[in-house]
Design a protein around this ligand. Structure first.
Ligand SMILES: Nc1ncnc2c1ncn2[C@@H]1O[C@H](COP(=O)(O)OP(=O)(O)OP(=O)(O)O)[C@@H](O)[C@H]1O
Length: 255
């Protein structure tokens, strides 16, 4: 175990990184990073710009290969041996910062397309929903607060609503682990608070890792927070605990 590790290790793990390093032209974006996420956990990852948050997500989803270290999903699946599509198929969904919904399709159709598994319009032409699938779409519509907007063209939704729709599209694949990159960016205060509530609800059935800068949002998630700095875990615990940590204060104020 790395000397940098300050991460708590839950009993039932969904994700674990052990001494993961990634270098770009000699610069260590991740530096012997070790941390653990428990099954069914909601976890926030914070850290100043360049701390390695995006690189960490890239390593988990197979976009970037670590130079050394292991990335383990569930009991024993070594993610460093798999490509992006294989990792997604295992049940790891990623929500990027910018929403990428089909603007010319309705909210309902977007969810239908996500269910088809293949993000092509062609696939949906030959795809017929069964009762259980229809019910699942209704459930997700309620969860993402877009029930009354189900027949709207996605292009007419607000930025926040598009983010919710995209989260809903990921949920249609029923991922075990959901990685969400700065969901609150560009949202109104009300949308931000609704998003926090939504992620808490989603975390009842899925493990969720959220990278976020907005501290009010992180506070309302009421979950364990991991602070990254220079590619390692600097501190971990409740938001109150990490905000009171001398090193964390130094890193944020010293920016
Ligand atoms: N493809 C790349 N080539 C070179 N350097 C990179 C590459 N990707 C990331 N880096 C560098 O690695 C470091 C970590 O970047 P990363 O994007 O993971 O940080 P972050 O915590 O997500 O930052 P932010 O909060 O600004 O998004 C940064 O210094 C960045 O410039």
């Amino acid at each position: 175990m790395s000397v940098f590790n300050t991460s708590h290790r839950p009993d039932n793990l969904i994700l674990y990184l052990d001494a993961v390093s990634v270098s770009f032209d000699g610069f260590k974006a991740l530096n012997a990073l070790s941390f653990y996420v428990g099954r069914g956990e909601l976890r926030a990852i914070i850290g100043p710009n360049g701390a390695g948050k995006t690189t960490m997500m890239d390593v988990v989803t197979g976009k970037t290969r670590p130079d050394v270290g292991s990335v383990v999903f569930g009991d024993r699946v070594d993610l460093t041996k798999l490509d992006e599509a294989e990792i997604a198929n295992l049940g790891i969904g990623r929500k990027f910062q910018k929403p990428t919904v089909f603007e010319n399709q309705t909210v309902f159709e977007n969810l239908e397309l996500a269910l088809a598994g293949d993000r092509s319009i062609w696939a949906s032409l030959f795809f017929r929903l069964n009762g259980a699938q229809r019910q699942r779409i209704q459930q997700v519509l309620a969860l993402i607060r877009l029930h009354e907007r189900r027949d709207w063209l996605a292009g007419n939704l607000s930025h926040g609503q598009k983010q919710w729709l995209e989260i809903g599209m990921l949920l249609m694949q029923d991922p075990q682990l959901l990685l969400v990159d700065e969901p609150a960016a560009g949202m109104t205060d009300e949308e931000t608070m609704r998003t926090a509530q939504m992620l808490k609800e989603i975390a009842k059935d899925h493990s969720v890792v959220v990278v976020e800068h907005d501290m009010a949002f992180v506070k309302s998630l009421q979950c364990r927070v991991t602070v990254l700095h220079e590619g390692s875990v600097l501190a971990e615990g409740s938001l109150e605990t990490v905000q009171a940590n001398e090193q964390v204060i130094e890193v944020y104020l010293g920016r």
